[in-house]
Design a protein around this ligand. Structure first.
Ligand SMILES: Cc1ncc(COP(=O)(O)O)c(C=O)c1O
Length: 365
C-alpha cells in the first residue's frame, strides 16, 4: 500500500443530499415521479436561454475553455455591482472557491470559526487544507448568530470566519450590523456566504467598500438553476482576488458552464420568476407546516425550511426513509454538526411539489 497522508486517514467523507438515481434504484421507483427536495435546487429547471445557447455551443466541446473568463466575470460584476477585478470564479461551484480560500490562507494548525449548525462543506474542505475548526454558536430558538460566541473564539491563529446568510440549514439571516461588528473585530477573512441571498432580498456588497477582510461567496446552483454546471463566484478586494488566482486551477470552469452562466444572467425574466416562485412557495410551505401540530418549523429567508420532528416520535433517519419510499427526497440533518437526530430540511419545490410533500408527510406523521 502506498503511504497515505495521516490527515487524510482522519477525514470523514462529506455527506451530500441523495440523488434521484440512487433513490429510484434503492426503492424501485420511477425516477420521473420522484420529487427532490433535499439539495435546495431550483425546481423550475434551468433558464430556457441557457439551454438554447448550450445546444448551439455543444460542437465546441473539443476546445479548451478561455482562461481569462472575461464574459462571465464582467456579467457577474455587473449583476453584483462591483468591478470585474473584484470577482473570482469557481469551476466546482462555490465549493471550489472554498477550497481556494483554504489554499490561499491556511497553514497547518491555522483556525477557522464556524457557528453551528451551518454549511458542512466549510469544515470538510478546510480540514483537508490543514485548518482546525473552532465552533461558535447559532442560537436556534431565535434563529440568529451568536456574535459573542464568535468574538470570544478569535485567536492569533484565526484565519477565516464563516457567516452564512441566510444560514444553511436554519434559514435565518445575519444582520448587517453584526457582520460589521465581526469585520471590525479581526484581521481574519470574514466569508459571508450569500448562496441564497436572492431569496432574502438582502446582500452585503456595500460592505466591500470599507472592509478589505470581507469575502462574499455566491453560487449559480440555487436561484440560477445551474447546480449541475458547477459555477460559483466570490467577491472581494482586487489584491486578495489576485492571490487567489495564483492557486486556482487554470481550466476548472468548463466552456459550457461559462456559456450557461452568462446566458442565465442575461435572462432577467427567468431570475425574477425563480425568485418570486421560491418566495411564494416558501411562504405556502411554511404556513402548511405550521398547521401540523407535532412539527416545529423555523422561519426562513432562503428556499428551504428546517423542521424539528421530535414530537412525531420518529428520528430523522426513519422519517426521511419513509418519505423516500414514497418518492420524496428531503435532507436528513443528522450529519450536520450542531443538530441532533431530530431535524429534517426540505427545500421548496413548485407549489404542486409542496402539496404532494405535505400530503405524504401527513400520511406518515
Ligand atoms: C450555504 C452554501 N454555500 C455554498 C454552497 C455550494 O454551492 P455550489 O453548488 O456552488 O458548490 C452551498 C450548496 O448547497 C450552500 O448551501
Amino acid at each position: 500500500m502506498v503511504k497515505i497522508r495521516e490527515l487524510v486517514k482522519t477525514l470523514n467523507p462529506y455527506v451530500p443530499g441523495r440523488s434521484i438515481k440512487e433513490i429510484a434504484g434503492k426503492y424501485d421507483l420511477n425516477p420521473d415521479k420522484i420529487i427532490k427536495l433535499g439539495s435546495n435546487e431550483n425546481p423550475l429547471g434551468p433558464s430556457p436561454k441557457a439551454i438554447e445557447t448550450l445546444s448551439k455551443n455543444l460542437k465546441y466541446m473539443n476546445q479548451y475553455p478561455e482562461t481569462d473568463l472575461k464574459d462571465l466575470t464582467e456579467a457577474i460584476a455587473s449583476y453584483s455591482g462591483v468591478n470585474p477585478s473584484q470577482v473570482i470564479l469557481g469551476g466546482d461551484g462555490a465549493d471550489e472557491i472554498l477550497d481556494l480560500l483554504g489554499k490561499t490562507l491556511i497553514d497547518p494548525g491555522d483556525e477557522f470559526i464556524v457557528p453551528l449548525p451551518s454549511y458542512m462543506y466549510y469544515e470538510y474542505i478546510l480540514t483537508i487544507n490543514g485548518g482546525v475548526p473552532v465552533y461558535a454558536q447559532w442560537d436556534m430558538p431565535q434563529n440568529k448568530v451568536n456574535v459573542d460566541s464568535i468574538l470570544k473564539n478569535l485567536s492569533p491563529r484565526t484565519r477565516i470566519i464563516f457567516l452564512c446568510t441566510p444560514n444553511n440549514p436554519t434559514g435565518g439571516l445575519i444582520n448587517k450590523k453584526d457582520i460589521k461588528t465581526i469585520l471590525d473585530s479581526t484581521d481574519a477573512l470574514v466569508v459571508v456566504d450569500e448562496a441564497y441571498f436572492e431569496y432574502s432580498g438582502v446582500n452585503n456588497v456595500d460592505l466591500l467598500n470599507d472592509h478589505d477582510n470581507l469575502f462574499i461567496l455566491r453560487t449559480f446552483s440555487k436561484v440560477m438553476g445551474l447546480a449541475g454546471m458547477r459555477v460559483g463566484y466570490g467577491l472581494s478586494n482586487p489584491q486578495f482576488i489576485q492571490y487567489m488566482h495564483r492557486v486556482k486551477p487554470a481550466f476548472s470552469l468548463t466552456r459550457l458552464s461559462q456559456i450557461a452562466a452568462v446566458a442565465t444572467l442575461n435572462d432577467k425574466d427567468y431570475i425574477k420568476t425563480s425568485i418570486q416562485l421560491g418566495i411564494q412557495s416558501r411562504e405556502y410551505l411554511y404556513t402548511e407546516l405550521l398547521n401540523l401540530s407535532n412539527l416545529i418549523v423555523l422561519k426562513s429567508k432562503a428556499n428551504y425550511l428546517l423542521i424539528d420532528i421530535r414530537e412525531t416520535g420518529m428520528n430523522s433517519k426513519t422519517l426521511t426513509k419513509k418519505l423516500m419510499e414514497k418518492g420524496i427526497i428531503v435532507r436528513d440533518c443528522s450529519s450536520f454538526l450542531g443538530l441532533d437526530d431530530y431535524w429534517i430540511r426540505v427545500n421548496v419545490g413548485t407549489i404542486e411539489d409542496d402539496k404532494k410533500f405535505i400530503e405524504v408527510l401527513k400520511e406518515i406523521i
